[in-house]
Write a new protein. Structure first.
Length: 236
């Protein structure tokens, strides 16, 4: 059965990463995965949270928000406290990026990664993680640290099962109808930060899970290449 946008089952949507999209930020990009578009920006501050003072280590955190008309229906603007979904996603983004940073090499600095969803058509958290790596790498490059603080790269992609077939990089319509949907966050050296899979209706077995991981690896390989292309000219 053809997919809603005509792609093959193992095809990513068109991915573009425009580095330096926010000129006032220490690092930034606009990432597009199909119709999903997210601005990722990195802010460096010469301080750390109170509970980290004196340790000689840095910290990386994230904030995530969707603009009111990023989806088909208007999403109310978030107040001082984000909603539960946004909190869950920004925690995921934060721990994903922390997994590839040497906090000792960063020193007592905090980097905040802001993810603002301009348009949502599924996979916003995956696009945010993938784009934030580019913004973070640019910010760390501009810091000119004595020792690189980047241990690895990190990217994320969604996969799912629909009609008994594994699909890569689900758009919103596919995600809302999938029997199984899964988000995979992995490093460039092939280690996993998070594997989150949910079955709607019929449970999936180990063989299906392995096939989904193999499907995700196809997309991740391309995303890592896109990140490298966006960071061309930057010493990592």
């Amino acid at each position: 059965m053809p997919r809603v946008d005509g792609r093959g089952n193992l095809d990513l949507r068109v991915v573009t990463i425009e580095r330096g999209f926010m000129p006032n930020a220490e690092g930034s990009c606009l990432i597009s995965m199909g119709s999903t578009r997210v601005i990722c920006s990195a802010t460096v501050e010469e301080r750390v949270p109170m509970w980290m003072k004196g340790r000689g280590e840095g910290w990386v955190t994230a904030e995530y928000a969707m603009l009111p008309r990023s989806g088909k229906d208007r999403k109310p603007r978030e107040g001082i406290k984000p909603d539960g979904r946004s909190i869950e996603i920004q925690r995921l983004i934060g721990r994903s990026l922390r997994s590839i940073v040497d906090m000792k090499a960063l020193g007592e600095r905090m980097i905040t990664l802001d993810c603002d969803v301009l348009q949502a058509d599924g996979g916003t958290r995956c696009a945010s993680i993938t784009g934030c790596y580019v913004a973070l790498a640019e910010a760390l490059h501009n810091l000119k640290l004595k020792k690189t603080a980047l241990i690895d790269s990190v990217a994320a992609v969604s996969v799912g099962i629909q009609g008994g077939v594994e699909l890569l990089d689900l758009c919103y319509e596919e995600d809302s109808r999938a029997m199984v949907d899964m988000d995979i966050v992995a490093t460039g050296t092939g280690k996993y930060v998070e594997v989150r899979g949910t079955a709607e209706g019929r449970p999936y077995d180990r063989k299906q899970m392995d096939r989904l991981l193999d499907t995700a690896n196809i997309g991740l390989e391309t995303l890592f290449r896109k990140q490298k292309e966006a960071l061309d000219g930057i010493a990592l």
